[in-house]
Design a protein around this ligand. Structure first.
Ligand SMILES: Nc1ncnc2c1ncn2[C@@H]1O[C@H](COP(=O)(O)OP(=O)(O)OP(=O)(O)O)[C@@H](O)[C@H]1O
Ligand SMILES: [Mg+2]
Length: 256
């Protein structure tokens, strides 16, 4: 059995289908990119994996079990709108995240804390935030907060990392360096990653597989009658570029 299995999931809100017949098996350590039109249910799919909500039908399993209701160490997440602890400095945000991993809730003391602070500073150097280590998140730009949120999720070394458009606020240069950082951490920790992105190139660059969510059934008189499912499951292990017809298809969608 796959590490993450999604078995015939349906999700409706107030009788309106959003997702239908979504089935999937994902091996441990795989990086899954998810693309699709706005509003097609990508964030909903991540919430189901996170067990923040229950599907109308079907089930998900992580390592053979239904996902725990509390994310904790098993799953980490970076939401579309990033969240960091506002009352802690940038450095403290990373230290506390690492202490979650060690299942020592709360803060390290003594030598353990000094070592965690050293690791935090190395990460801050890596993501270009060393000069902000003692600042509070309110003093950071959107892109900086986003980098901190990504580093924080990675510091906890979750088994499954869920990323919902994590790079939206980053300029192209910063994006590339954060891509490298994420891939390095993912490989080192053998993390399984699900990442929603609107950037097809990015999805192919980072992902081992690219899933396209779309509606297979469409009634022009009743556009909300059907939900979306996985219409393409593409091998992106060689990196490379999306098939041209697909790029067109998703772009068209984005503009509509
Ligand atoms: N809790 C909820 N109750 C009712 N409707 C919801 C709920 N959550 C999501 N929806 C609806 O479900 C649909 C899918 O939303 P979702 O946020 O999953 O889309 P998305 O693919 O992530 O879109 P985007 O690319 O814009 O982030 C939308 O029409 C949204 O309004
Ligand atoms: Mg979304």
């Amino acid at each position: 059995m796959s590490y993450v299995t999604v078995d015939n999931i349906h999700q409706s809100y107030d009788g309106r289908p959003i997702l239908e017949r979504v089935s999937l098996g994902v091996e441990e350590g795989d990086f899954i990119s998810i693309v699709g039109a706005s509003g097609c249910g990508k964030s909903t799919f991540l919430r189901l994996l996170l067990a923040q909500e229950q599907p109308t039908r079907g089930a998900t399993r992580i390592d053979g079990r239904p996902p725990a209701r509390e994310p904790g160490q098993e799953r980490g997440i970076v939401f579309q709108r990033y969240s960091v602890f506002l009352h802690m400095t940038v450095r403290e945000n990373l230290i506390v995240a690492e202490s979650f991993q060690a299942s020592r809730w709360g803060v390290f003391f003594g030598a353990a804390r000094r070592n965690a602070a050293k690791r935090a500073d190395a990460v801050l150097e890596r993501i270009g935030l060393a000069h902000m280590a003692d600042a509070y998140p309110a003093a950071l730009s959107g892109g900086m907060q986003q980098r901190l949120a990504i580093a924080q999720a990675l510091a906890a070394r979750p088994r499954v990392l869920l990323l919902d458009e994590p790079f939206g606020a980053l300029d192209p240069g910063t994006r590339v360096s954060i891509h490298d950082f994420l891939l390095e951490m993912q490989r080192e920790a053998g993390m399984t990653v699900f990442m929603v992105t609107h950037d097809l190139q990015e999805g192919f660059k980072l992902g081992d597989r690219v899933l396209v969510f779309d509606k297979v059934r469409w009634d022009p008189h009743e556009p909300e009658a059907y939900g979306a499912t996985v219409t393409y499951d593409l091998d992106a292990r060689q990196g490379g570029n999306p098939p041209p017809h697909l790029a067109g298809e998703i772009l068209e969608y984005k503009e509509s």
